[in-house]
Design a protein around this ligand. Structure first.
Ligand code: TYD
Length: 201
């Protein structure tokens, strides 16, 4: 089986979204159907939940439950049907983000997240996860130059460090699935690394 479910992860400001269009173009050039989507979001209901998640303060467990509620919808309406008909699915974030943000940074119990993961996803896991990794200071600097921050992007350096560590730990625990990309390099170099990985898919 070809690896078809691809996810992009990284701290805010790591630059993952910059690469989406070129990944789609590379896969399409090989004649594949590509469904590009994102989390939280990806469905009409999921996008409404995203609005709440990114802008309303709430208990970290409420946040976790809403992330998985949006994910349930996303899997049944978008991801599963696409994979079933043989399309590639490229998702800008998925469950690793819940482990990094809600568990790693906000301290939600990992057992609770694993329970929800099993409930909502069954055996569904991404085949390949590109983790865009940058030092915390770089991420914060990039965000400072960007548009109006959402609630996650307004957090402090400690919060970002916990996210980064949680992502790197997940990558270490799942070495077959993760490809860690050093995103603290000139854009062209990062792009070349991404293309090398995508060409093997
Ligand atoms: P992001 O993917 O960075 O989108 P944009 O590029 O438009 O800012 O924003 C999504 C935010 O949601 C990001 O800060 C991480 C957060 N998030 C979680 O905290 N948990 C999750 O499970 C997911 C999917 C996202």
């Amino acid at each position: 089986m070809k690896p078809k479910f691809i996810t992009l992860e990284g701290m805010d400001g790591a630059g993952k979204s910059t690469h989406i269009d070129s990944i789609i173009a590379t896969l399409q050039a090989c004649g594949h159907e590509v469904v590009s989507t994102r989390e939280p979001g990806g469905t009409a209901l999921g996008e409404r939940l995203r609005e709440l998640l990114l802008h309303e303060n709430m208990h970290a467990e409420t946040e976790t439950l809403l992330m998985f509620a949006a994910r349930r919808e996303h899997i049944s309406n978008v991801i599963a049907p696409a994979l079933l008909r043989g399309a590639y699915v490229l998702s800008d974030r998925f469950t690793d983000a819940t482990y990094a943000y809600q568990c790693g940074a906000k301290g939600v119990d990992v057992d609770k997240i694993q329970l929800l993961e099993k409930w909502v996803q069954g055996d569904l896991q991404p085949d390949v996860t590109l983790l865009f990794d940058v030092p915390v200071e770089v991420s914060i600097q990039r965000l400072a130059n960007a548009r109006e921050p959402d609630k996650f992007e307004r957090e402090n350096a400690d919060f970002f460090a916990r996210i980064r560590n949680a992502y790197l730990r997940r990558a270490k625990e799942n070495p077959r699935r993760f490809r860690v990309i050093d995103a603290n390099r000139p854009l062209e170099e990062v792009k070349r690394s991404v293309e090398e990985i995508v060409s093997t898919l």
